[in-house]
Design a protein around this ligand. Structure first.
Ligand SMILES: *Cc1c(COP(=O)(O)O)cnc(C)c1O
Length: 360
């Protein structure tokens, strides 16, 4: 068996020992005589798996008591509609900060459910930075302020927690949740698909302050109503049981490695390695504002783009895959989430160094 070094932006690489655990459990989970995929979601076995996964989320992130933790279907793109359906009704308005493709998509979807105000944007400068807090034009009437904490395509991360006063802050954290410590109490609601940093696709984590629930628009489908899902322990409809199980294994693995402070150190070291190389290279460069560079998605360009294909082919020959940038951004992107090892990132840096010497 040989495994590639997978720089995919998502679904992304998972820890090998998690995959091995899942393989060992495949036919018979802990003596139950069943695969997790075959379990009733209301049976005692899956009830334990769900409770374990939720308790790991709460302990790793330090989720305060007055927040609910939901594990739902639909992914972050569905949340672009589910969030406004549940929250905008209080005042009929919401503010959006746009710093990349994902937050722009969120805003476009929200328009269907109420009045949406653009509070700040970095679109004019090509989504290469996080708009400074001082530039945010917040409205008093907003039911919430929406942002994306890590723009996966552009490689722009918000390294500070915005202050939105009494208006709840809502964040799409799909691509940087669990990458380091987080003060959940500064947010009204956090959502994230699992397939970047904490599991397979199919399960969406929603952490919401309890007092924000109960104001859903009448059109809100019951399965997408946070209050109904909270009242039913995320089991109003059948939850994505197998994805939740794998997520539990990933979170257990994170815990054993030292939790989120250890993840932060690990991720920072990997990102520093690549950015330091890029800053000293004559052939490769990163275009994102220094203070807003993502620790998760390192985007870079070859000065001579006619070498792009040769660069990707050479990487693939060495077992490094999925380095092509998103089609809307061009260039290259190395996604280096929690499960990516420092050694693998060193391999990439060494390859880039060699490629530059041979082609420069
Ligand atoms: C991947 C991603 C999404 C899309 O998630 P889906 O699972 O396709 O709905 C949304 N937002 C961000 C920040 C992402 O990284």
């Amino acid at each position: 068996m040989s495994r590639v070094i997978n720089f995919s932006s998502g679904p992304a690489a998972l820890p090998v020992n998690v995959l091995q655990r899942a393989a060992a459990d495949m036919l018979d989970w802990r003596g139950s005589g069943m695969s997790v995929m075959e379990m009733s979601h209301r049976g005692p076995e899956f009830t334990d798996i769900l409770a374990e996964t939720q308790s790991l989320i709460r302990s790793l992130l330090g989720v305060p008591e007055n927040y609910v933790v939901l594990l739902l279907q639909g992914g972050a793109i569905a949340e672009n509609a589910i969030v406004p359906m549940n929250l905008i009704g209080k005042t009929g308005q919401a503010d959006y900060v746009v710093n990349g493709v994902w937050s722009e998509k969120s805003m476009k979807e929200a328009v269907k459910y109420g009045q949406v105000n653009l509070a700040a944007s970095s679109k004019d400068s090509g989504f290469l930075s996080m708009p400074k807090q001082s530039s945010w034009k917040l409205s008093e009437q907003a039911a919430y302020v929406h942002m994306c904490s890590n723009e996966t395509i552009g490689g722009v991360e918000c390294h500070w927690t915005p202050d939105t006063g009494d208006v709840p802050l809502v964040a799409d954290m799909s691509s940087n949740i669990m990458s380091g410590p987080l003060d959940v109490s500064r947010y009204g609601l956090i959502y994230a698909g699992a397939q970047k940093n904490m599991g397979p696709s199919g399960v969406t984590l929603v952490i919401a302050r309890r007092d924000l629930l109960g104001h859903a628009l009448p059109v809100t489908p019951s399965a997408f109503n946070y209050q109904i899902q909270a009242d039913n322990e995320s089991m109003y409809n059948t939850p994505p049981t197998y994805a939740i199980y794998i997520m539990g294994l990933v979170l257990q693995h994170i815990k054993e490695q030292g939790g989120l402070p250890a993840m932060h150190t690990h991720n920072q070291r990997k990102a520093d390695l690549l950015y330091e190389f890029l800053d000293h290279s004559a052939m490769f460069s990163n275009r994102v504002a220094r203070e807003d560079r993502s620790r998760m998605n390192v985007t870079f360009f070859l000065k001579d783009e006619s070498l792009n294909a040769a660069f990707l082919q050479g990487a693939e020959k060495e077992g490094m895959v999925q380095l092509r940038g998103h089609r809307s951004a061009g260039g290259m992107r190395a996604s280096i989430y929690n499960a990516m090892s420092l050694e693998s990132v060193q391999r990439l840096r060494d390859y880039m160094h060699r490629f530059e010497k041979e082609n420069g």
